[in-house]
Design a protein around this ligand. Structure first.
Ligand code: IVH
Length: 362
C-alpha cells in the first residue's frame, strides 16, 4: 500500500499456454480459419521469465513506469525504473508518437544474479529464490538507491497505448523500431511462415536455453500482422493472436535425503543436499547447494522434507523452499558439523562472514 495505483488505459493481458506442436497447429488452424487464410506469418520470441513493466512516454520523455498488477491496475514504480540503464529517460531518434507506451519484461541475467546472491550469502543475508523474485523485489523498493544497485535489465516486447502518431504495421517491425529508439529487444526473435516453422524455432531456442543469459520459460508465438491481430481480437484476458509455448519447468518438487558437507578451495564448508533424483530443466538432478549455515536456518529444511529444487542454465541446482506444511511428523534438522569433515580440525566462523571455514590448522 506504499505505492500509488495506476490504471492501465489498455489492459495488460496474459497469454494462453501451449505445451506441444499440436497446440501450435491448433492455434494456427483456429486463427487461419477466422481470417480465411491457409497459413500465417508468426513472430516467435523468447518468453522472458521476469516481471512485466509498462513505460509511458510523452513527447519522448519517460513520465511513468508501472507494474502489470492484475492487468487493469498496477503500481507506480517510476522512481525505480529511472535508475535502470536499459530504461531510456528520453527516446532516441526524434520520430515517435506523442504518447507511446512501451511494454516489456524486467529480468536479471543469470551471471549477475549469481554474483548478487553470492554477495548476499557472503554478508550473511538471505539469498533470493530466483532471478524473477529478485527482479520483483528490486522493483518494489521504496528507496530507489537500493534498486539502482540491482542488475535489472528491461527488454521491450510490445507497445501499448499509441496516440498522436503511428507505428509500423507488424509486430516484428515494431520490435526493430523499439530497438531503434533505444530499447533492448531479444536477438533471438524470428519471423516464420506456418506452425511447423514456429515449432522449429521453439526447438532451436530450447536447445540454446542454457547459453541464453536470462531465464526463459518458453517461446511466445504471435501473429505478426497488426491488422490480422485486430481482426482476431481477444477472449477473456488473453489475445487470440498470441500463445505461449512453454518449456519444461525449471522447478520441481523432490525429497531431501540427506546433507553432506564439502570443503572448498578456500576452506569454506558448503552443505550439499542429496536429493531423490528428479527431472528438472531438462536434466536429472540429485544434488543441490544449500550455500551456508544461514541458508539452512532460513529454509528451515529437515531431512526427509519435500523441497522445491530449481535448476536454471548452468547454475548449480538450488533448494529454493522446504515444503514444511507437507511434513506428516517432526523430522530431524540439519546439524552443521563442528569439525572439518576432511581433516577433523575445529571449524571457525568470522563474525562478519556467513561462511564456516576449516583453517587447516592440523
Ligand atoms: S506479449 C498480449 N511477449 O508473459 C500479449 N509477453 O503470460 C502479452 N512475457 O505478463 C504480452 N515474454 O510479462 C509477451 N516476449 C514476450 C514475453 C511476454 C514474457 C510475459 C508478460 C506477460 C506474460 C503473459
Amino acid at each position: 500500500d506504499q505505492f500509488t495505483s495506476v490504471r492501465h488505459k489498455l489492459p495488460m493481458l496474459s497469454l494462453d499456454n501451449a505445451f506441444g506442436g499440436e497446440d501450435i497447429e491448433a492455434f494456427q488452424e483456429r486463427n487461419a480459419n477466422k481470417l480465411g487464410l491457409s497459413i500465417l506469418t508468426f513472430c516467435c520470441e523468447p518468453k522472458l521469465d521476469g516481471v512485466a513493466m509498462s513505460l509511458l512516454y510523452e513527447d519522448g520523455v519517460l513520465v511513468r513506469a508501472a507494474t502489470r498488477g492484475d492487468g487493469t491496475m498496477g503500481e507506480d514504480i517510476t522512481h525505480n525504473a529511472r535508475t535502470m540503464a536499459t530504461v531510456p529517460l528520453r527516446l532516441q531518434g526524434g520520430d515517435y508518437p506523442a504518447t507511446l507506451e512501451v511494454r516489456g519484461e524486467v529480468v536479471i541475467p543469470r551471471n549477475a544474479f549469481k554474483r548478487m546472491n553470492d554477495k548476499q550469502a557472503g554478508l550473511g543475508e538471505s539469498v533470493f529464490q530466483n532471478p524473477r523474485n529478485a527482479a520483483a523485489g528490486s522493483l518494489r523498493q521504496l528507496d530507489p538507491r537500493i534498486t539502482a544497485t540491482r542488475p535489472l535489465v528491461f527488454m521491450a516486447y510490445s507497445v501499448g497505448l499509441v496516440e498522436g502518431g503511428s507505428l509500423p504495421g507488424s509486430h516484428s517491425e515494431t520490435l526493430s523500431y523499439l530497438s531503434h529508439i533505444g530499447f533492448k529487444t531479444s536477438k533471438l526473435t524470428e519471423v516464420v511462415e506456418g506452425w511447423q516453422a514456429a515449432e522449429a524455432v521453439v526447438d532451436r531456442i530450447l536447445k540454446k536455453r542454457e547459453q541464453i543469459e536470462v531465464d526463459i520459460d518458453g517461446v511466445v508465438i504471435k501473429v505478426n500482422d497488426f491488422e490480422q491481430q485486430s481482426l482476431l481480437g481477444f477472449v477473456a484476458r488473453a489475445p487470440r493472436w498470441a500463445i505461449a509455448r512453454k518449456f519444461p519447468a525449471e522447478e520441481e518438487v523432490t525429497t531431501l535425503l540427506g546433507v553432506d558437507f564439502q570443503v572448498g578451495r578456500t576452506g569454506a564448508i558448503t552443505p550439499v543436499a542429496r536429493l531423490q533424483p528428479v527431472f528438472v530443466g531438462g536434466v536429472t538432478v540429485s544434488n543441490a547447494t544449500l550455500h551456508n549455515a544461514d541458508e539452512i536456518t532460513r529454509l528451515d529444511v529437515r531431512i526427509g522434507d519435500q523441497v522445491i529444487v530449481r535448476r536454471a542454465g548452468d547454475v548449480i541446482p538450488q533448494i529454493v523452499k522446504a515444503l514444511g506444511d507437507r511434513r506428516a511428523s517432526e523430522l530431524p534438522g540439519v546439524a552443521f558439523p563442528d569439525i572439518c569433515p576432511d581433516c577433523s580440525a575445529t571449524l571457525t566462523r568470522d563474525l562478519d562472514e556467513a561462511a564456516i571455514r576449516c583453517d587447516n590448522s592440523l
